[in-house]
Design a binder for this molecule. Structure first.
Ligand SMILES: Cc1ncc(COP(=O)(O)O)c(C=O)c1O
Length: 504
């Protein structure tokens, strides 16, 4: 272990205690709180731009407002916010974005706005939509195509959820409960690449599963050669991403899932981001490594319909190899005075209209629509990638068809993000290592967006090079947040940020 690693480990162990100790000293705590308040006040401009511009309702109005009045306000707010994403300035966020598609989904939503899958008997149509969404997704992701001879050819089944995070939480809870029941594991562990989505940390915290971190190699792919040494009798699941959010890289799912199968452990492919892109990219001839149920060791997957599935926000699919495993996800209560209660996922009542709109998105596009969208997206994306790679001073991190992460060894990349932000671009700032990324979606396939992005990025880089001493912006905050050893302070700041969002 190098001295840096040693200090890093020491920091992780000791810092939380030091921070807690410092905060217990009232004058120091008061100073820290004052700093937090000052920092949050600085966010008013970006988080609360409508204060004073629109009426504020801290309490119910005594008399109801007219529909016209409310709708006028909604339209005004929409107008203020739509140009940025509609013109393709934002990374990820909106995955389709064409007016005709959105208006069609809105029409479907309107038709089913009162439906609730919790009442499957009142609205059996929602059951039909959800069963078919799950089945269509499963078939897209290799259902029935596991090579024979592994004894694992159970039917691929699953449920809907409200988004990628919920799908991941559900799958991790499922493995915890499965392992407790089948193997008597009381202290479950999961092996998760450091680049996997934060939803896995959430699962670890919520369900008391020990998070065992798997490092990545120099290409940001999970280091599968380290997996075997991390497996213990308490390991319930190994995770891989296809692709991961930070660098858009697909992990070596084949190697990792083979190890899982050999050790009798579950394997989850997180294809929240890539589930609706990779199968089509492969059909189009792009180089896509195996990642889905064609691999016998893959026992569950998450795939987001509300990303490249082009549904409205609020839906995702979680899939399992076999109905038996899926049942560990379900919730039932048999002695509640309110009657027999059961639900497939975390929520009770759910918006059936979102499932209806999701189903409508999928069957209106069909294979042809997904192939066409993927072709446009990947072509645009590779154009953007080539453009970034040609800007002197920028260095690409990892290889990806849809997400491009890059950094610089010559200047502060967060300052480039700041300058891009001044030009309306919304890029994502990442750390470990410090970089920024841009996730290409259908909205960026509009004519001229890729060229505009590359030209603006080149100008931003030039600006940062020629103004090395410029101050301000969010770059110092990002830099500090990435490097400060007091992670509790960073966490406190993030919690205050959420408080701020809920300020009227
Ligand atoms: C790879 C991956 N997994 C999970 C998620 C979480 O999805 P959601 O934001 O829908 O909860 C994301 C979100 O970007 C993702 O990229």
């Amino acid at each position: 272990m190098g001295i840096k690693d040693f200090v890093g480990k020491l920091n992780k162990r000791i810092m939380p205690k030091v921070e807690k100790g410092l905060k217990a000293i009232p004058p120091i705590n008061r100073r820290i709180e004052a700093q937090y308040e000052e920092m949050m006040a600085g966010l008013d401009g970006s988080l609360k731009p409508y204060r004073g511009e629109f009426k504020t309702f801290a309490q119910l109005p005594e008399n109801g407002r007219s529909h016209e009045d409310i709708l006028a306000e909604m339209v005004a707010l929409k107008k203020l916010e739509q140009a940025r994403w509609q013109d393709g300035y934002v990374s990820g966020a909106v995955y389709h974005g064409e007016d005709e598609h959105i208006n069609f989904l809105n029409q479907v939503y309107t038709l089913h706005s009162q439906s609730n899958p919790l009442h499957a008997d009142v609205w059996p149509s929602t059951g039909k939509f959800e069963a078919e969404i799950v089945s269509m997704t499963a078939h897209m992701l290799g259902a029935g195509q596991t090579p024979p001879g592994y004894g694992v050819n159970e039917e691929i089944c699953g449920t809907m959820s409200s988004g990628g995070t919920e799908s991941i939480l559900l799958a991790m809870k499922t493995y915890r409960d499965w392992a407790r029941d089948k193997k008597g594991i009381k202290n479950p562990e999961m092996i998760v690449p450091v680049t996997a989505h934060a939803a896995f940390d959430k699962a670890a915290q919520y369900f008391n599963i020990k998070m065992v971190r798997l490092p990545v190699d120099h290409n940001f792919r999970a280091d599968w050669t380290a997996v075997q040494d991390l497996i213990t009798p308490n390991t319930v699941v190994i995770v891989g991403s296809a692709p991961g959010y930070p660098h858009g890289v697909v992990d070596p799912i084949e190697e990792m899932s083979t190890l899982a199968l050999k050790n009798g452990i579950g394997f989850h492919t997180d294809a929240c981001l890539g589930g609706f892109v990779l199968p089509w990219a492969k059909k189009l001839g792009y180089d896509v490594p195996p990642f889905d149920f064609r691999l016998p060791g893959v026992t569950s997957m998450s795939a987001d319909t509300h990303k490249y599935g082009y549904a409205a926000k609020g839906t995702s699919v979680v899939l399992y190899r076999g109905a038996e495993l899926r049942r560990y996800q379900y919730f039932t209560v048999t002695d509640w005075p309110g009657g027999l209660y059961f639900s497939p996922s975390f929520a009770g009542s759910r918006p059936g209209a979102l499932s209806a709109a999701c189903w409508a998105a999928m069957v209106s596009l069909g294979e042809e629509g997904y192939l066409d969208a993927t072709q446009k997206i990947v072509e645009t994306s590779l154009k953007i990638r080539e453009g970034i790679a040609q800007i002197p001073g920028l260095r690409m991190l990892g290889e990806s068809l849809i997400v491009h992460a890059f950094t610089s060894d010559e200047f502060d990349i967060y300052r480039v993000m700041d300058v891009m932000h001044q030009q309306h671009w919304g890029l994502n700032g990442l750390h470990h290592p410090t970089c920024i990324h841009f996730c290409v979606t259908h909205i960026h396939t509009q004519s001229g967006v890729a060229e505009r992005f590359v030209a603006d990025l080149a100008t931003a880089v030039q600006h940062v090079r020629t103004h090395p001493a410029e101050e301000g912006g969010l770059a110092p905050v990002y830099g500090l947040a990435a490097s400060i050893p007091m992670r509790g302070v960073v966490s406190d700041i993030l919690k205050r940020y959420i408080d701020k969002i809920y300020e009227v």
